[in-house]
Design a binder for this molecule. Structure first.
Ligand code: DGU
Ligand code: CA
Ligand code: CA
Ligand code: CA
Length: 195
């Protein structure tokens, strides 16, 4: 996808509940009904992907609102966030979320926000300019299992992975970091970087 595709304004969250939603590389820009893409909580997502469904070939435009929410597992492939809104992607309920071939810029605070016990596997990612690449919801102690493989993480104000849970696990492999702060922040049971 390039950022120059057809633009569409999203006035109501697009729900992907089964199968595959192929965005055809259109640029989906949040309408003001969803939020303004700033740091206020409670904005709506542009997409909500559920129950192992797949979202692919999507550009989220410069109003990113609350990005993409996943419930009960989901697959995201080839997603480009031009300017991350409040955050880029949130896991809202348990399951495995698989994220491949993504690129995102300018998350004022978090890129991935994890609000439920879950597994997140990320391959081929570019995350430039964020507070942190991933945050387990502050003060929560459930277990998350996170892997990032083949990522390019550049210019994090704070770092890459942050949790308050002593049962959560994270790994970063085969990746390039530049000015990325601390890789592991908080009380991870395991947090490793290799390759
Ligand atoms: O506990 O859950 O910032 O999902 C407070 C809230 C807050 C979340 C989170 C998010 O942590 O709204 O964006
Ligand atoms: Ca938030
Ligand atoms: Ca932003
Ligand atoms: Ca959010």
């Amino acid at each position: 996808c390039s950022t120059g595709g057809t633009q569409t304004t999203v006035h109501e969250t697009i729900r992907v509940t089964s199968g595959t939603y192929d965005g055809g590389c259109k640029r989906f820009n949040a309408g003001s009904e969803l939020g303004d893409g700033g740091q206020s909580e409670g904005q709506d997502p542009v997409f909500r992907v559920e129950n192992g469904a797949t979202l692919r070939n999507v550009v989220i435009g410069t109003n990113g609102a609350d990005g993409i929410h996943t419930y009960n597992g989901a697959n995201l492939d080839n997603i480009y966030w031009m300017n991350v809104g409040e955050d880029a992607m949130t896991i809202k309920s348990s399951g495995t979320t698989t994220v491949s071939n993504i690129e995102g810029y300018d998350a004022d605070d978090k890129f991935f926000q994890i609000n439920a016990a879950s597994t997140l596997n990320v391959t081929n990612c570019i995350i430039h300019r964020a507070g942190k690449a991933l945050r387990q919801n502050g003060g929560t102690t459930f277990q998350i299992n996170v892997s990032f493989n083949r990522c390019d993480i550049n210019t994090m104000e704070e770092g890459v992975f942050r949790t308050d849970s002593s049962s959560s696990r994270a790994s970063l492999t085969n990746s390039r970091l530049h000015d990325a702060g601390s890789v592991c922040i908080g009380s991870w049971a395991s947090c490793t970087q290799s390759g």
